[in-house]
Design a protein around this ligand. Structure first.
Ligand code: BES
Ligand code: ZN
Ligand code: ZN
Length: 527
């Protein structure tokens, strides 16, 4: 059940709740509501903090006795670090601390959103949204298959303060975005045996019912008719056949259009280029990009997004079998280009190639794809930062700014044309892996670029941050739902980037170089 948020103007000492959470910055700087707790301790709060070694550092919490002198049953101090430095992500983390401190409580009241001028970097509505996201996400655990684990009891959050009229809607927005992230986490954490492409597509349909998003699911003969050779090729080794899901959000009077593409490999065994047993352990999470796209689309209408947004989500299971694609096989992608599959474990780019081709045909103002694409990206940036590549600096800057606002770390990586020759094949237009041993995130990006035509494009390699190896703030071990918040931000603040210069020319040049007539590289005629 999602948490409910309510705002009240009652003084902190007079609020009825199971727990009152009061912020304290380093110094220590007592935040709003601390006076009520101090009264309960008859002026002994500072001495109590000192004795307990509580300094107000971010992440620190301290339960305080109240001797029944507050309306709230218990109180806790929540460290928020340097007030001068406190930003939206600090409030997300503080929200998570509150959720953790309130594990046994049903209701928690807090004055955290009321920091006001004490936290100069924080705008009150942003603070409220980030706090709501932090509490909701900090309370998250995936317990569906745990018989003995105790679920948290928290149901209600009471936000204390004068706030103003923008606080309540901001809390609502934060709760809605967090609910979408929770949906993504749940489906990413779901075992692959329970999320075949068909089941994943059904789950998307269920989520999006009544959200103003229409869902079209292609399977079987439709995939063939649409010439989705990458999706069909990767999917052919599994008993669970592939799907291609197209999601459309088209509000009245829409201004501009944005395409979202997400990698939906429900399980990546590597195919015949089989992964090791330990390499497969986390590969149920290889559909995190798809989950982020679907989840983000579920909140567009509620967030009042005025841009047309279309999601393109290929869903496959990458398995080895007598029917699987073999190293050396050649696939023909939707846009007519052929690919020699030299490693069946580089499958994400094959299904994304179809999706990016389809997206390009629809001529959106911009496209962004999210994919758990390469281990190489994790070597470059670690497991908390996504790699950002693209064909248009104005657009990648916009994506980066949205990610920064959302508190999801991304960092730019180049697409060096020098490395393009690593993708040349003797028998087809392209190989699906580079010839070198290094720079695998970049050759993957260069491969994807071949399927984007005339559209500003950004690519987020989320192999690292899609999954967390341990709990950290508002992130729980397992699927993180990375990208949902960035996509919602991006759609909300979308501005049309200028059309890329020479994109079509570059494609023609590449086709000429590989000895193919440009005609072949053109998209197939619609039937
Ligand atoms: N799904 C993996 C990438 C991945 C690896 C994501 C580890 C998260 C954690 C992808 O399909 C893959 O297997 N990529 C290969 C590419 C290689 C064969 C060129 C890789 O990164 O090793
Ligand atoms: Zn793979
Ligand atoms: Zn994969």
């Amino acid at each position: 059940m999602p948490l409910s948020f309510r705002t009240v103007t009652t003084a902190a000492g007079q609020v009825t709740a199971d727990l009152l959470a009061v912020p304290v910055g380093t110094g220590p700087a007592l935040g709003p509501g601390a006076d009520a707790v101090d009264d309960a301790l008859e002026g002994g709060l500072r001495a109590f903090m000192e004795e307990a070694g509580f300094e107000g550092k971010a992440g620190q919490t301290l339960a305080v006795p109240t001797f029944g002198r507050l309306r709230a049953a218990a109180a806790v101090l929540v460290g928020i670090g340097e007030l001068d430095e406190l930003d939206a992500d600090g409030l997300r983390r503080a929200g998570a601390s509150v959720a953790r401190a309130a594990k046994k409580a049903k209701s928690v009241a807090t004055t955290i959103v009321e920091l006001g001028a004490d936290a100069p970097k924080l705008e009150p509505a942003d603070a409220a949204q980030a706090f709501a996201e932090g509490v909701s996400l900090g309370a998250y655990r995936f317990l569906k298959y745990k018989g003995d684990a105790e679920a948290g009891r928290l149901e209600r959050v009471i936000v204390v303060g004068k706030g103003g009229t923008r606080i309540a809607p901001a809390l609502e927005r934060g709760a809605a975005v967090a609910e979408a992230v929770v949906w993504a986490r749940d489906i990413v954490n779901e075992p692959a045996g329970a999320k075949s492409p068909a089941a994943f597509a059904d789950a998307a349909k269920r989520l999006l019912r009544g959200t103003g998003v229409t869902v079209k699911v292609l399977s079987g003969a439709d995939l063939k008719a649409q010439k989705l050779g990458g999706v069909l090729g990767v999917g052919q080794g599994s008993d669970n056949p592939p799907r291609f899901v197209r999601l459309t959000y088209n509000p009245d009077g829409a201004k501009g259009s944005l395409a979202l593409v997400g990698k939906g490999v429900v399980f990546d065994s590597g195919g015949l280029s089989l992964k090791t047993s330990s390499g497969m352990e986390t590969m149920k999470t290889d559909m995190s990009g798809a989950a982020a796209v679907i989840a983000a689309m579920s909140v567009l209408s509620g967030a009042g997004v005025k841009t047309k947004v279309v999601g393109y989500v290929p869903m496959v299971e990458n398995m080895p079998s007598g029917a699987a694609i073999r190293p050396g096989d050649v696939l023909r992608i939707r846009n007519g280009k052929t690919v020699e599959v030299l490693n069946t474990d580089a499958e994400g780019r094959l299904i994304l190639a179809d999706a990016l081709s389809l997206a390009s045909e629809d001529k959106p103002d911009a496209v962004v794809d999210l994919a758990t694409l390469t281990g190489a990206c994790m070597v470059a940036l670690g497991d908390k930062v996504a790699g950002l590549m693209g064909n248009d600096a104005v657009w990648t800057d916009q994506v980066r700014a949205a990610a920064d606002r959302a508190g999801e770390p991304v960092w730019p990586l180049p697409l060096p044309s020098e490395y393009r020759k690593q993708l040349e094949s003797e028998v087809a237009d392209l190989r699906n892996i580079g010839t070198g041993s290094y720079g695998g995130a970049l050759t993957a990006g260069l491969f994807l670029r071949e399927f984007v035509d005339g559209v500003p494009w950004a690519h987020l390699d989320i192999a690292g941050p899609a999954r967390a190896g341990s709990d950290d703030g508002y992130i729980a071990k397992g699927g993180t739902g990375f990208g949902v918040r960035t996509l919602v931000e991006l759609a909300t603040g979308f501005t049309k980037p200028p059309k890329p210069k020479g994109a079509a020319k570059a494609t023609k040049k590449a086709a000429k170089k590989s000895g193919k007539a440009t005609k072949k590289s053109k998209r197939p005629k619609k039937k």
